[in-house]
Write a protein that binds this ligand. Structure first.
Ligand SMILES: Cc1cc2nc3c(=O)[nH]c(=O)nc-3n(C[C@H](O)[C@H](O)[C@H](O)COP(=O)(O)O)c2cc1C
Length: 304
């Protein structure tokens, strides 16, 4: 049996004599976070979902550079990225081929860094936004600014167009972002809830039924700070003293995530969602889009 390392009092497991040779790495991680070594027999969540806990062996993922090369070869009109600034050569090649580059910032400093590197457009990501926090200069915990404060700061800091993202789900919120100086908006959660999205049916229903205060910023879903609906998985992992870092937490949760998706059991899914979820009303992407356009027009006209 492969022994597992868990943070005290919990189930998570990364240590084992695996053929992949990752044992030492896993042990070092366990040591650093003060993880306790337990047997996988104690992993109640896996048992409950009747799935086999994974041995820690990192799967080969597509390398970002390969993905970027493909985008450039395909000559896509725009290349949007998060978690930092791409290599100078990549940005130069995009510029040469007229591919618009769009980077995400959670602070004015990050926006300035993106502009200085030659990025064309910056997304100001307020802490209301669903999904992972894309911070890259300082820790995501110390880069949590609400959109209302962030947009004007970013607009003042850079000369490139600013797209506002986070909590925008109806015409009022679009109009507010434009009034704050944004050139456009980026909407995630409202489209995630639509039937065209790849989210599980239970996830979509939970988004449409969300009430105020349902979302939480947590590392529980992947090891990286992200906003999602509070559920049993988030509560459980938040209750333990240390959540394992990304990508360890994400990989260990993968079999649970798959099982939960297959059974549409939302209490064990990564329920990404932004704080605007209680504003959602539409189930089709077309309806979301049309409502955003007409409501924004009406709001701006009403204000003269
Ligand atoms: C499930 C999910 C996945 C996301 N993945 C990405 C991504 O891969 N790249 C990216 O630039 N933004 C990503 N985002 C962020 C959105 O593009 C958008 O900025 C954000 O959802 C806006 O906030 P809102 O959720 O309050 O509408 C994601 C958001 C969610 C909810």
């Amino acid at each position: 049996m492969i022994p597992y390392a868990a943070v005290p009092g919990t189930i998570f497991a990364i240590v084992g004599p695996t053929a992949s040779g990752k044992t030492d790495v896993a042990l070092r991680v366990a040591e650093r976070i003060g993880a306790e070594i337990v047997s996988c027999d104690s992993m109640q969540l896996y048992r409950e979902f009747d799935v086999t806990p994974p041995a820690y062996a990192r799967r080969r993922k597509p390398r970002v550079v390969d993905q970027i090369e493909t985008l450039i070869e395909l000559g896509v009109p725009a290349f949007s990225f998060i978690f930092g600034v791409p290599d100078r050569k990549v940005l130069a090649e995009c510029q040469r081929r007229s591919i618009v580059t769009i980077g995400a910032a959670t602070t004015a400093d990050e926006a300035t860094a993106l502009e200085a590197a030659g990025v064309d457009v910056v997304v100001a990501s307020g802490f209301e936004a669903g999904g992972h926090r894309p911070s890259f200069l300082r820790s995501s915990d110390s880069s949590l600014t609400g959109l209302f404060a962030l947009v004007p700061q970013v607009v003042d800091a850079v000369g490139i167009p600013v797209i506002a993202a986070g909590g925008i789900a109806d015409g009022r919120t679009v109009a507010a972002a434009l009034m704050l100086g944004a050139s456009g908006v980026q909407v995630g959660t409202a489209f995630l809830a639509c039937e065209e999205s790849n989210a599980a049916p239970g996830h979509r229903a939970a988004l449409l039924n969300a009430s105020r205060g349902d979302t939480v910023l947590t590392r529980a879903f992947s090891g990286r700070l992200a906003r999602g609906l509070r559920n049993r998985l988030a509560d459980y992992l938040e209750s333990i003293p240390t959540v394992l870092p990304y990508p360890v937490a994400s990989e260990l949760l993968a079999p649970l995530r798959r099982a939960a998706l297959l059974r549409d059991r939302i209490e064990m899914m990564s329920l990404f969602a932004g704080q605007g979820a209680p504003l959602l009303r539409h189930r089709r992407a077309k309806d979301v889009f049309e409502a955003l356009v007409s409501e924004t027009d009406a709001t701006l006209r009403a204000r003269g």
